[in-house]
Design a protein around this ligand. Structure first.
Ligand SMILES: [Zn+2]
Length: 308
């Protein structure tokens, strides 16, 4: 039983304007990084399109209609100050969310030990009723609902190490005492949320802020002191990761000084929690990461750790 790698060709058909950081080349870079012989053991699958009933567990009908309507439009459209859709974007969004559903299914039946979803558009800024910050549907939150509805994994946790706060995931989980969201993120930085350390209906949202210039020491302390204890106390039945690699020192959108080793360290720590709490059930989902070289290297290091 190995690590699943789920992606879909349509994720290359979500085309953003020239110069936009969330670009097609990102996914090409990630998949190239996972192409070597050391990754031959991955269980590689193409994702199906997500079913709409599960999307509706996270998003409003109005938001879903708004995103799906893009295929009837011939020109690129702007759905948020930073978020664009092209022909093909709604299909990409359906397969990106579908990848997380598929990975959750493979892990739940035991066909894979854990999984990584190499997809775009990313998801953690997508609010229940709005696209935001390059994100159309909240892929990881949709996967969380699949784990609960289909497989009975009631208590679901998402740990988000993207350099930005996952406001959308926090919003989706805020009133759900059986859902845990733990995030490290730089502040000040987009989107400006996530400043309350313990919030949500039952303290089920744990936010740890990192100052610009913070590096390995501060990052690891935030997990050891804050997020991992909260996660262990929560005792998830299924663990998902919002894996953004934009905290890397080379990333152009943020100011943290993380290296591949920090992502590997956290991946191993989260696997330890999953092993102790939920028989290792863990699915990781690509979020940000905008320096192509760093993204390729860090995502490969992350998947290498998942395969250990
Ligand atoms: Zn990010």
């Amino acid at each position: 039983v190995t690590t699943a790698l789920i992606t879909h060709q349509s994720c290359f058909d979500h085309v953003t304007p020239e110069g936009h950081p969330e670009r097609v080349a990102r996914l090409k870079s990630v998949l190239e990084g996972l192409g070597g012989a050391e990754f031959d053991g991955l269980l590689r699958e193409e994702s199906p399109a997500v079913e709409m009933d599960i999307v509706g567990r996270v998003h409003t009908a109005a938001h879903i209609d708004h995103i799906l309507a893009s295929d009837q439009q011939s020109e690129r459209r702007k759905v948020d100050p930073d978020t664009f859709m092209s022909i093909g974007s709604s299909k990409a969004a359906l397969h990106a969310a579908g990848a997380v559903v598929r990975a959750v299914d493979l892990v739940s039946v035991g066909s894979a030990r854990n999984g990584f979803c190499a997809v775009r558009p990313p998801g953690h800024h997508a609010e229940p009723d709005a696209a935001m910050g390059f994100c159309l549907f909240n892929n990881v939150a949709i996967g969380a609902m699949r784990a609960r509805d289909k497989w009975g994994h009631t208590r679901i946790a998402v740990v988000d190490f993207d350099v930005h706060h996952g406001n959308g995931t926090q919003a989706a989980f805020f009133d759900d005492e059986n859902a845990f969201y733990g995030s490290t993120h730089q502040s000040p930085l987009y989107p400006g949320t996530g400043l309350e350390p313990f919030t949500g209906i039952s303290g089920n949202i744990v936010n740890a802020v990192l100052e610009p210039g913070a590096g390995s020491t501060e990052f690891r302390e935030a997990y050891e002191d804050c997020i991992l204890p909260g996660l262990l106390e929560f005792q998830p039945d299924f663990l998902l990761i919002s894996a953004g690699f934009d905290g890397h020192v080379a990333d152009p959108l943020a100011g943290l000084n993380l290296s591949d080793d920090d992502f590997v360290w956290l991946t191993r720590r989260l696997m330890d929690v999953a092993n102790s709490a939920c028989s290792g059930r863990l699915v990781s989902v690509l979020e940000g990461g905008y320096d192509l070289v760093a993204l390729r290297s860090a995502s490969a290091a992350h998947v290498r750790a998942l395969m250990e």
